[in-house]
Design a protein around this ligand. Structure first.
Ligand code: NAP
Length: 460
């Protein structure tokens, strides 16, 4: 894929960028390794200060950066502002809490015959981050903030359609005062990730993206015996039981499916509604989906902008056409509009069956699949039959149902009576083919640290 900013609203290429030459890439990796040797010895107080300065700087740049995000990948300006605010919060969170997460963890010395034993957390060096375009700032930030706080050095291979966001991030950390080369952007194509990951100066990798990309990076990391975190696809279940507040549940269902123009890994994608409230849910949900304003993402009144890429829209269209061709029904939407840009309307489908591709895969666009079920057990059985297990969502006032959901849903995250989202304060990640490892919170920070065990014997 060419490295370029291309407008999802018009399909026009706005600005193209040259890939790094082999010499330039070598120079960047050499600089990253040199930076890592010195940066690991900086104090946590200094790192926290630089993170705070980055937050201040991003707050100042918020308007321009939000417009840049919207220009590059088409999410609404409103959503882009929320994303930037979340990044500011994430930076401040790690500046404040990071020093505590990095404290030594004392062990029970008496039980191991020592005078003292503890675990000390140390940085591992240069970490490669391969990131997607859908939250072009936040996806990278949730790697960068804990990694830099931990004393690691980051090299970012961002998605090829968000080069301006990628370059902004490098600038942001440099201008916030972090030592030179502690965070660098590599403008390279996906096929050059292997070369970087196999380089001995690179110690670990994190990838957020599709299952094929995850499989490739996971395989290479395995061969090189390097730690890797994979945040891959999702087809999150959103289950609604009779005791739920239906007005709230349908408001959140619409947001869950259309947030980020329907292109979030944790969008609610499969809706399971108890048969006692099935008609009521569908009536409210379809009316609210149909009422969404689709259009120019810069317009403050727009709810849903275009999809980010032409191929992304073709993929969504192919999934829907396949389902409609095999007997599914579109209650709302279901066909691409005429005209420029990569728009696709909010769509509600019923009658999705295992013969249809979308049943087993992920539709990365504003397309909801709705089933009525006779029990929570039935909803969980279908939900858990999917290869992915990222987020999950239950709407219920019943304690037994909540407990069953928490115990049995196969997902990395279980949200009840609220939209699934990421917070720096709590861990984020999936199971099954949604990947492994955790981002955010103290767990995310420790993924890329050496938990060094220290044992000190009794004095002679
Ligand atoms: P993608 O094609 O996998 O791209 C993601 C990143 O990986 C880009 O930087 C891409 O570079 C690179 N890449 C692609 N193929 C690669 C390969 N074989 N080896 C190494 N790097 C490779 O993903 P996408 O379609 O843009 O993003 C959507 C997917 O990401 C969805 O499945 C979504 O659910 C998932 N996602 C997951 C999370 C999570 O936290 N679990 C969050 C957001 C998105 P190029 O752009 O140069 O191709």
């Amino acid at each position: 894929m060419a490295i370029a900013t291309t407008s999802p609203v018009t399909g026009e290429v706005i600005k193209s960028f040259d890939e790094l030459t082999p010499d330039q890439l070598e120079d960047k990796l050499a600089r990253a390794a040199a930076a890592a040797a010195a940066y690991r010895l900086t104090s946590v107080e200094d790192r926290a200060g630089w993170l705070d300065r980055a937050a201040d700087r991003l707050e100042k740049d918020a308007d321009d950066v939000s417009r840049m995000i919207t220009t590059e990948m088409g999410k609404t300006l409103r959503a882009a502002r929320e994303e930037v605010a979340k990044c500011v919060h994430g930076l401040r969170f790690y500046a404040t809490e990071g020093p505590g997460f990095l404290r030594d963890l004392p062990g029970d010395a008496g039980r191991v015959g020592a005078k003292q034993t503890f675990v000390t957390y140390q940085p591992i060096g240069v970490v490669l981050a391969v990131m997607p375009w859908n939250l072009p700032l936040w996806q990278a930030m949730r790697f960068a903030a804990p990694a830099l706080m931990a004393g690691n050095v980051g090299v970012l291979k961002h998605a090829s359609n968000v080069p301006q966001c990628a370059l902004y991030l490098e600038r942001l950390f440099r201008e916030a005062g972090f030592p030179e080369d502690v965070f660098q952007t590599l403008l390279i194509s996906a096929r050059r990730v292997e070369e970087v990951l196999r380089d001995e100066r690179v110690k670990a990798a994190t990838l957020t993206g599709s299952e094929p990309a995850g499989r490739s990076v996971g395989t290479i990391a395995g061969e090189e015996i390097k730690k890797v975190v994979l945040e891959l696809g999702g087809s999150d279940p959103f289950i609604v039981m009779p005791s739920a507040d239906l007005e709230r549940a349908t408001d959140v269902a619409v947001r869950a499916r259309t947030l980020n123009n329907g292109q979030s890994c944790i969008n609610g994608k499969r809706f399971f509604v108890h048969e006692d409230i099935g008609d009521d849910f569908l009536e409210r949900f379809t009316a609210k989906m149909a009422a969404l304003v689709v259009g120019d993402p810069m317009d403050e009144n727009t709810d849903v902008g275009p999809l980010a890429t032409e191929s992304g829209r073709s993929d969504v269209e192919a999934y829907v056409d396949d389902a409609l061709g095999k007997g599914a029904t579109a209650l709302v939407g279901g066909a691409r509009p005429d005209g420029p840009g990569w728009f696709y309307p909010p769509t509600v489908l019923t009658g999705v069956t295992p013969e249809m591709k979308m049943y087993h895969e992920e539709v990365f666009g504003p397309v909801a699949q709705v089933w009525t079920v006779s029990s929570l057990e039935e909803a969980l059985e279908i939900a858990n039959g999917h290869p992915y297990g990222l987020g999950s969502n239950l709407w219920s006032e019943d304690d037994d149902e909540r407990a069953l959901f928490v115990r049995d849903v196969q997902s990395g995250m279980a949200f009840i009576n609220g939209n699934t989202t990421s917070y720096p304060e709590i861990p984020f990640g999936g199971v099954k083919r949604s990947g492994y490892g955790r981002e955010l919170s103290d767990l995310g920070m420790r993924e890329f640290m050496n938990a060094k065990t220290v044992w000190i014997g009794q004095d002679a």
